[in-house]
Design a protein around this ligand. Structure first.
Ligand code: 5RP
Length: 269
């Protein structure tokens, strides 16, 4: 692996402990103004100091994040479908590597939809993106998307997806946590981060999800809704950091969240 690519990756997955807390705010690319991300700048700003990387589209980056932000950007470069359209899986590459370089990104991210009608198209998108990105030392995050079919999130399917994107040359992969998650990680030769998925009932549930994923081999989380749809986003991301980076138990981290909330460090939403 080239020095530049390794260097970019090491700004995202922290070399001190091999873990990462990525903040995902790319949802608008197919969901529009999703609840609590209506004004991205307001949701993102207070969370930035606690994230190791920020995953978003170029539109939100250019318009809602100050250029002095000192955080590696994982730029979503796939899209082209919406939640009200015919098929979420029908994605193309929406942003050139040239523009990604202009934006000084740490990595680029693209979704694949294995098993869908657009499996070939999205895997070909990935292969093409990898070929172009490695030319410039930019790591590629493959996202094993399931669209509206959340029930697809099982170890058999996710192992298949993660292994395929690794074989195609992705440098890290974002997938879902599932039962027998260690099977997904064991058969995947690249680092795995997990999405949080739709907002869980409680913050503690999301902290438990993160802990289980780390215990079973994930290098970290790339969470969105379970952070900024929390009633206390800043305490939540700080608690998440404690779980991912310090090995704090979910219950202790939740105590921390409550302390931060009571000490006035909760951000009103
Ligand atoms: C969909 C995505 C999302 O846009 C997002 O990054 C997921 O984050 P979360 O599930 O934690 O809200 O990648 O495939």
């Amino acid at each position: 692996m080239d020095w530049g690519l390794k260097n970019r990756l090491s700004r995202i997955i922290q070399p001190a402990d091999g873990h990462t807390v990525m903040l995902a705010v790319d949802h608008g690319y197919f969901l529009g103004p999703i609840s609590r991300l209506e004004k991205p700048e307001e949701a993102i700003a207070p969370l930035l100091p606690y994230a190791d990387a920020l995953m978003l589209t170029r539109g939100v980056l250019r318009n809602c994040v100050g250029a002095s932000a000192d955080i590696p950007v994982v730029l979503r470069v796939s899209g082209g479908s919406s939640i009200v359209g015919a098929d979420l899986a029908n994605e193309t590459i929406t942003t050139s590597v040239r523009d990604a370089i202009r934006l000084n990104v740490g990595a680029v991210a693209l979704s694949v939809f294995v098993g869908s009608q657009y499996e070939h198209q999205t895997l070909a998108n990935l292969a093409h993106l990898i070929d172009e990105s490695v030319e410039y030392g930019i790591p590629v995050l493959a996202v094993t998307a399931v669209g509206k079919e959340l029930e697809k999130r099982d170890a058999r399917y996710l192992s298949l997806c993660c292994r395929i994107v690794a074989e195609l040359g992705a440098h890290f992969v974002k997938t879902y946590y599932c039962e027998d998650f260690e099977r997904v990680v064991e058969s995947c030769p690249i680092p795995v981060v997990i999405a949080g998925g739709p907002k869980l009932e409680t913050d503690l549930d999301a902290l438990r999800l993160a802990r289980s994923a780390i215990e079973q081999g994930a290098v970290g989380v790339d969470m969105g809704r379970n952070v900024w749809q929390s009633d206390h986003p800043v305490p939540m991301i700080r608690a998440l950091r404690a779980v991912v980076h310090e090995g704090t138990s979910p219950e202790e981290a939740h105590e921390l969240l409550l302390e931060l909330k009571h000490s006035g460090q909760a951000q009103p939403v």
